[in-house]
Write a protein that binds this ligand. Structure first.
Ligand code: PBG
Length: 343
């Protein structure tokens, strides 16, 4: 018999609901007992911003309580993360302006900031999983994720360059490279280069469904990597990042990246794309990551500062929502705050 027909049953004089769902919500003990999704430190990947210099712990203005670290202070931060049970980091570097060019040559410097950052993390915390951002934009004089030629972001040459960059990161000790550029075919190019150089165990976490999003603003402040005004190239990333109206395209992009050799795939941004997280989780057989990006972080911080939202509650609600939607891995600037709150 359907529950609808049985839902209200007439027994002598009284009507009562046959199933009272609120019994399972009576107090925290029963709620905890039946909770379907629980966040743990194992779910998180911690983004870290690194800068040149000494003794620098610089707060990013549009990302309150999030910092860029020079390598000496990165050490302490990494140790603290490890103590909290956070075992994976995703490294980003802020490259000095005088080292930027069209090609991003500095990205291949074996003694560059990224390469030293990888070694620093591995030195202080050998078991920490180190993932690295593979993209041109922090190195590009134009703030783009590709090399520019004749008014175009040129795809295949950029992919080749990203492959060299990946090998350079693997050589420095990265466990995973994380290409965040959205050039076509770059996962295959990177995979081949890693295999050819003997890095058969280096993983690839592909930003496979990465949307052209206005939520990346604060990140571009953090790395000073926003696209600049150019006469022949639009000041956005819409010729390579995805259109936010698209859903099936995300599945196509992700399946192609898996075929090309991605070990982990990612959806980015997070909270506005939970449907995509769910679609992809149902479609693929590799771990799915989601990135709660800088603008999502900034939005919550700003509303909390104004007293309009409860910071911790919204933080827990959003991060749990990612896992409930199907994400296996959550990259979030809230990782440390969440873990402190739940431990
Ligand atoms: C660039 C890159 C971006 C982010 C990660 N890698 C920004 C962009 O595509 O312009 C955004 C992360 C965030 O906003 O937190 N390759």
């Amino acid at each position: 018999m359907s529950s609808l027909t049985l839902y209200l049953i007439k027994v002598t004089k009284t009507m009562y609901p046959l199933r009272r769902n609120r019994r399972l919500r009576t107090n925290e003990a029963i709620r905890a007992l039946v909770r379907e999704t629980v966040i743990t430190p194992n779910d998180f990947l911690v983004p870290l911003f690194v800068v040149e210099g000494k003794g620098i712990k610089d707060e990013i203005p549009s990302m309150p309580n999030y910092f860029r670290y020079s390598l000496d202070l990165l050490e302490g931060e990494v140790k603290e993360l490890w103590k909290l049970g956070l075992k994976s980091v995703l490294l980003f570097v802020k490259v000095p302006d005088n080292l930027k060019d069209n090609q991003g040559k500095e990205a291949l410097n074996p003694n560059g900031l990224m390469q030293r950052a990888i070694k620093t993390v591995k030195n202080v915390c050998p078991d920490m999983l180190v993932m690295t951002d593979v993209a041109l934009d922090p190195y590009s004089a134009y703030g783009h994720d590709g090399i520019i030629e004749n008014g175009q972001i040129i795809n295949d040459e950029t992919a080749e360059f990203l492959a060299e960059m990946s090998v350079s990161h693997a050589t420095a000790g990265a466990d995973f490279v994380a290409p965040s550029d959205m050039m076509d075919g770059r996962i295959l190019t990177i995979r081949e280069a890693l295999e050819d150089e003997g890095f058969i165990n280096t993983g690839i976490m592909s930003y496979s469904a990465k949307y052209a999003s206005a939520f990346y603003g604060p990140f571009r402040d953090a790395l000073d990597s926003a696209p600049v005004d150019l006469v022949d190239i639009p000041k956005d990333k819409k010729t390579y990042q995805m259109d936010f109206g698209n859903r099936f395209e995300a599945i196509k992009e992700t399946e192609m990246d898996i075929d090309e050799g991605a070990d982990i795939v990612m959806v980015k941004p997070g909270i506005s794309y939970l449907d995509i997280v769910r679609d992809i989780k149902e479609e693929v057989d590799v771990p799915v990551a989601v990135y709660q990006v800088s603008g999502e972080y900034a939005m919550i911080k700003a509303a909390a500062e104004k007293g309009w939202l409860n910071h911790d509650q919204v933080m827990m609600e959003t991060t749990t929502a990612f896992k409930r939607a199907g994400a296996d891995i959550i990259a979030s600037y809230f990782a440390k705050d969440v873990v402190k709150l739940i431990s």
